[in-house]
Write a protein that binds this ligand. Structure first.
Ligand SMILES: NC(=O)C1=CN([C@@H]2O[C@H](COP(=O)(O)OP(=O)(O)OC[C@H]3O[C@@H](n4cnc5c(N)ncnc54)[C@H](O)[C@@H]3O)[C@@H](O)[C@H]2O)[C@@H](O)CC1
Ligand SMILES: Nc1ncnc2c1ncn2[C@@H]1O[C@H](COP(=O)(O)OP(=O)(O)O)[C@@H](O)[C@H]1O
Ligand SMILES: [K+]
Length: 464
């Protein structure tokens, strides 16, 4: 799991190092500047933009180190009176001590017209949340229009470090030297795209910070015992498939089987039993007659137009038609339950406005899951995982728009049930399903991808 910190969470980590451990803040800044300098191609001229706060201090430190390396360096401040204080003022003195100048211009585009090499963006870092304005805005506009390669210090200026959305104009960086830990803007789209290639520069801070948001990494699955038998990997029962929507039942069954469930039983509407059975010979396919098999380990309900949830005490996965209007709260309060809505189903389930932007998806996922035992996967680009009586939100980074095709959610729901049947706790089962589902897509071209193709990728992908 990769923590994505808000500005406040990052300041807690910095304070711990500076006030708690006694690390001088200039030492942190020197590490940051040295690490960032190493990301610039050797020998190239560097034009450094230094803003009013400590991000400007990092920029001035980098300018000094770059000049000591023998590079051609110029330093620019958007403001004629930068008013640096504390560490930034100290860095400005060190730069001037080397004979360095600090220039300014009211026509940044003209100044940049003669620049060669790289630009270092040290205008703003953790200290802003509001849209750029004034001279900083003019410099960022000119920079984005210049076509010059840009190394952003900590984050591209103009991003809100704690948000996915971009408040206004922001630097479009070629690379970003992210100091110490990723912030929210380094993980979530669309802000992440403005960062270009991200390198985390280690600075002497706590390696395990507290963060309410985490990016999923490849899940570690339990090893399979040499003497395992099909009873070891659980029995998934799927109530899915009605006339005109039998394929959803097939894809769910494939999802459960392809992640390694031991047994899969599909209970379909009677009219489609034979066509489902013909497409997944590995599953037991029976007509729904109102009762569940006694030996089920997990029940999946919903794909293919099934909206009635049978009475059942055990682990339950609900998707598609089973996600009925206004019932979200009920399912979030039921222990051992996972619900996997896309934003439209989510809005219907919880009677909330449809969450469109990433920051809205996070806020709404948090709102409905806080303190609740049920697990929520709010699907979409960068699906959000919440609940299971845990506070943090997890974000799935895998996948691409090729997944936006009918049936890919049915496969995913089957995968959740398949992992849960093998003994993963529900939240981990959902995380594993979301991660591998997207990772399967990442191995395939974008458009024209079929959910069946994803299923075929899974065995090899799971083997590692
Ligand atoms: N505190 C530390 O120990 C460390 C801090 N470091 C650097 O320090 C940065 C944070 O420094 P600061 O907290 O000084 O923040 P910034 O360098 O982002 O500067 C904030 C200042 O910019 C001005 N400002 C804010 N929003 C603006 C806007 N929209 N338009 C124009 N001006 C605006 C405000 O007057 C504020 O004083 C980090 O991102 C990182 O680069 C690093 O040196 C690592 C260690
Ligand atoms: N742009 C995208 N990037 C990554 N994943 C996506 C994207 N669009 C859709 N997905 C994923 O594809 C799946 C679609 O599920 P869903 O909307 O339920 O489809 P269906 O009901 O048609 O099967 C979800 O897992 C979702 O997260
Ligand atoms: K910056």
């Amino acid at each position: 799991m990769i923590p994505l910190l808000t500005a406040d969470e990052m300041r807690v980590v910095e304070r711990q190092a500076i006030e708690g451990w006694g690390v001088p803040s200039l030492v942190l800044q020197e590490h940051a500047a040295l690490g960032a300098l190493a990301l610039l191609p050797p020998g190239q001229p560097v034009h450094v933009l230094a803003g009013p706060g400590n991000n400007g201090g990092d920029a001035l430190a980098l300018a000094r180190l770059a000049r000591l390396e023998g590079r051609e360096v110029s330093v620019w401040s958007p403001s004629a009176q930068p008013g640096w204080r504390g560490d930034a003022a100290h860095q400005a003195r060190l730069w001037k001590g080397l004979g360095g100048e600090i220039r300014t211009s009211t026509a940044p585009a003209e100044a940049m017209a003669v620049w060669r090499g790289w630009v270092v963006d040290g205008l703003l870092g953790l200290g802003t949340t509001r849209p750029l304005e004034g001279a900083a805005l003019a410099w960022v506009r000119a920079l984005n229009a210049s076509g010059l390669p840009v190394l952003a210090l900590d984050l591209p200026s103009g991003l809100d470090p704690s948000a996915a959305e971009i408040p206004g104009e922001a630097v479009r960086a070629t690379r970003t030297a992210c100091f110490g830990h990723r912030k929210v803007c380094h993980g979530l789209m669309p802000a992440r795209e403005a960062c270009g290639d991200i390198t985390v520069v280690p600075i002497p801070l706590d390696r395990a910070p507290r963060a309410a948001l985490q990016l999923l990494e490849r899940p570690i699955l339990p090893p399979r015992a040499w003497d395992a038998h099909k009873g070891s990997f659980g029995h998934v029962v799927i109530r899915a498939g009605s006339l005109g929507m039998s394929g959803a039942a097939v894809l769910s069954a494939l999802g459960a089987l392809r992640v390694g469930a031991g047994l899969v039983t599909v209970l379909t509407d009677p009219e489609v039993r034979a066509e489902v059975a013909a497409q997944v010979p590995e599953a037991m396919v029976r007509p729904w007659q109102g009762t569940l098999p006694a030996e089920a380990d997990v029940l999946l309900v919903g794909p293919g137009g099934i909206d009635q949830v049978p009475d059942w005490e055990g682990p339950l996965v609900l998707d598609a038609s089973a996600l009925k209007e206004g019932e979200g709260k009920r399912w979030m309060e039921r222990p051992g339950t996972a619900i996997t809505p896309h934003p439209g189903e989510f809005a219907r389930l919880f009677r909330l406005p449809r969450p469109m932007l990433m920051d809205e998806r996070l806020a709404q996922a948090r709102q409905v899951s806080t303190g609740k035992p049920g697990v929520l996967l709010l699907k979409g680009a960068q699906s959000v995982l919440a609940g299971g009586a845990r506070e943090e939100l997890w974000i799935n980074p895998t996948g691409h728009p090729g997944l936006a095709t009918g049936g890919s959610g049915d496969l995913l729901a089957g995968m959740v049930a398949g992992f849960r049947a093998q003994g993963l706790p529900m939240r981990e089962a959902v995380a594993a399903a979301a991660w591998f589902h997207g990772a399967a897509a990442d191995r395939l071209p974008g458009a024209g991808l079929l959910p069946r193709d994803l299923a075929d990728q899974l065995p090899e992908l799971l083997r590692g």
